[in-house]
Ligand binder design. Sequence first.
Ligand code: ATP
Length: 247
Amino acid sequence: MSDPVLEIRGLRKAYGKIEAVRGVDLTIQPGEIVGLLGPNGAGKSTLFQIAAGLFAPDGGEVRLFGLDYRGNSSAILRRLGVVFQSRSVDLDMTVFANLAFHGNLFGLTGKLLRERIAEATALLEIEDLVKQSVRTLSGGNQRRVEIARALLNAPDLLLMDEPTVGLDPVMRRLVVTHMEKVRASRGTSILWSTHLVEEVERADRIAVMKAGEVVSESTPAGLCAATGATDLTQAYIRLTGGNAAVN
Ligand code: ATP
């Protein structure tokens, strides 16, 4: 059996006295879409940033593709795609130039680079926008460029931290559909962090985070059954004791 693409055990991280992540376990198997669902401040971004190798935890273990970041970061990053919460494309460059620059960083050039850009832009349905400067695009289309960029190295795991922030409901749904297509066509595993229930209702599994802990983890139906809820929004409210953001 192949290694999990992500395996987190007993993860802890504090900022001074704030315990942002308090002993979290989370595993993602190859090809799974897993939602990390929780209210603002639950610790999702902190977990995400540690999984992306941006900083080390105070305690616990993080393994990607069976590897620890210590001594293996290049091998891990080659197989990882990351979409951060804040925008990180160059506005004055064209879509193609942004993608080509990023592809070059992964050592992609020539025909292979052009093929990867064509494939990623087709998956995100932005092929017709490649010659435009990013500044001229809507927020939703800029987001699609960032997701396409994260696909260029054909990652085995895609980490997406609130990838739909600032998008309208129609574009949010479209991004969810795009990601389901990416998984179907490439078998890419996806960790999708959000505070919006509707974005993860079709995920394979959902880990619900609250105050630094995963309070429950199951399939969407499993979360409903465990909480006696009639739908996922109700399950989420019961688990977090808060208001569910649905749009
Ligand atoms: P959001 O959706 O608002 O980003 P989140 O679930 O991603 O929320 P985190 O951003 O990980 O949660 O924050 C968890 C806790 O850690 C919060 O109390 C937050 O204020 C605190 N925190 C996060 N980053 C820092 C930091 N760099 N310095 C100090 N405190 C931080």
